[in-house]
Write a protein that binds this ligand. Sequence first.
Ligand code: B1M
Length: 213
Amino acid sequence: MGVLTLLSEAVQKGRADDVLTLINAGLDQGLAAEQLLDDGLLQGMATLGERFKNNQAWVPEVLLAARVLNKGMDALKPRLIEAGLTSRGKAVIGTVEGDLHDIGKNLVKIMFEGSGFEVIDLGTNVKADEFVEAVSAHHPDVLCLSALLTTTIGEMQAVIGAVEAAGLRDQVKILVGGAPVTEDLASQIGADGYAADAAAAADLASRIIALAS
Ligand code: B1M
């Protein structure tokens, strides 16, 4: 069995040590970090996610796999980041209130850092007023909101409303993303942009900043 298949299986089984060993083995074999991420780590989570949807896997297994996946992403991070020497801009990022999913948000953070952004990560289950405080304190160029549940999409609109109510809306561009979010939805809730994946989010933020300067 190849390294990528073994990596996918190690994520599904929640085996952190195996994941780290296989990442090193893959890099030694000359596989690219992006391939280990997409076809190994994320493939494992996608397969487990399918079983989760069909009630063939349960929350503790998925939670363990998510921890292992985050560890694997940390190990690959130096390879995924082509560190920019000068900061291109500043971003605040978080998963909205009521939502504990952080893998996609962490990947967006890695891609932003790889594009030379300074990133302030507020974590998961972040309340609207915590986003407002962070915008007020850090003066970011972009605020990135992540949501993975259909029930937490409305929370993105609440954050945008709270930033507006605090008089900060014209000081920051707000970008949204996450599996249930769409371009249409982003414009309906008053966001400045939508990105389908982490790389697209970093590209969009770079373009927005270039236009503003
Ligand atoms: Co949850 N979960 N989960 N879960 N979970 C989903 C999202 C679900 C689709 C599974 C399913 O039933 N098919 C479903 C949501 C259904 C819906 O609302 N439409 C679901 C559910 C129902 C739940 C619970 C309610 C289950 C329960 O308790 N009964 C519960 C809710 C908890 C809560 O948040 N309050 C729950 C819990 C969990 C775990 C804690 C066990 C775990 C999360 C652990 C963690 O994140 N640390 C978990 C996981 C792992 C998943 C799945 C399996 C995988 C999500 C993931 O990380 N994908 C997921 C099913 C699936 O997606 N196949 C599922 C990989 C990640 C890289 O992709 O996050 O989409 P994603 O990020 C992408 C893009 O969306 C984009 O870039 C990323 C990659 O390039 N992106 C952005 C993300 N954020 C962005 C922000 C941006 C831009 C782009 O800003 C500009």
